[in-house]
Design a protein. Structure first.
Length: 285
């Protein structure tokens, strides 16, 4: 049934896209500092995030190839279990274009099962990518994803090359999943919003900690989620029976526990679901 729409408190889902050298990593760290809380970084850029340790206080996980969706999911689960508030995925592009990422996964499946037909192979690759997208969207953490991008051009009249804008190196349509998408340009590391549900970024700006403070104010300026999270706890309880590993179970449980610990009835149901699945996984092992 329909009910009156209300803006509720939310978690940030923000993408920072830009070419090499445009300031994606530093901008993400400064923004995360303004959001507040413990910061975790998944670093696929050969530990480059640590070069900015003087600008922010954060913990880092170095993630090398293969950049499969499942390894990103495991890293997100670890961040949730670690009690962090903000997670930076630097970069999200590797899951798509990197070694062992979705494009390579799809080519391998096509060769193994579909006689080189990559179109048919997407029936297996897409659900794996979608599982990561869903994990990002449902996580209790604020998540900032950096994405590599390149200038997209076309040939106009008189063979003149026309710049059409920036194209992110991720799956087509990935921008739709985020609350805010910012394109960073080389000139002064200025961010320009190409998508903004917050209406905060009405002008180009250089990202700073103040940007994060403005975002957290907007995110918190809404109705609390059913006594601070009953919906989120119920969602976690629905996920627990399909957790495939102890680590995944712990990540789901830990994230929901922080919400449910002051809610006796939801907490009891959460603990019961966790204990049951733990016993099942132990027996299966």
């Amino acid at each position: 049934m329909f009910k009156k729409a209300e803006r509720k408190q939310a978690r940030l889902r923000l993408a920072l896209a830009g070419p090499s050298g445009s300031g994606k990593t530093l901008s993400a760290l400064l923004l995360a500092t303004g959001l507040g809380g413990k910061i975790a970084v998944i670093d696929t850029e050969h530990e480059s995030a640590s070069l900015y340790a003087e600008y922010a206080d954060f913990d880092v996980m170095s993630l090398g190839a293969p950049y499969s969706p499942e390894r990103y999911i495991d890293a997100i689960t670890a961040a949730e279990a670690g009690g962090y508030s903000v997670l930076i995925i630097d970069s999200y592009s590797h899951e798509w274009i990197g070694a062992g990422g979705c494009l390579e996964i799809n080519d391998a499946i096509a060769k193994q099962k579909y006689k080189g037909n990559t179109w048919s192979a997407w029936n297996e690759t897409t659900p794996r990518h979608r599982k990561l997208v869903d994990r990002i969207l449902t996580s209790p953490l604020h998540i900032i994803c950096t994405m590599r991008s390149k200038t997209e051009t076309a040939q106009g009249e008189g063979k003149k090359i026309i710049k059409l804008g920036m194209k992110s190196e991720q799956r087509e349509g990935s921008d739709y999943e985020f609350t805010v998408v910012l394109d960073l340009v080389h000139d002064g590391n200025v961010a320009i919003a190409t998508k903004d549900r917050t209406c905060i970024f009405d002008q180009p700006e250089v990202i700073s900690a103040d940007t994060g403070r403005r975002l957290i104010a907007w995110l918190n300026d809404g109705k609390k989620q059913d006594e601070h999270g009953a919906d989120a706890v119920n969602e976690a309880i629905s996920k627990i029976p399909i957790a495939e590993t102890m680590q995944e179970l712990q990540g789901i449980y830990s994230a929901a526990y922080r919400i449910a610990e002051q809610m006796p009835e939801p907490l009891a149901r959460l603990n019961a679901a966790k204990d049951k699945r733990k016993a099942e996984l132990t027996e299966a092992a």
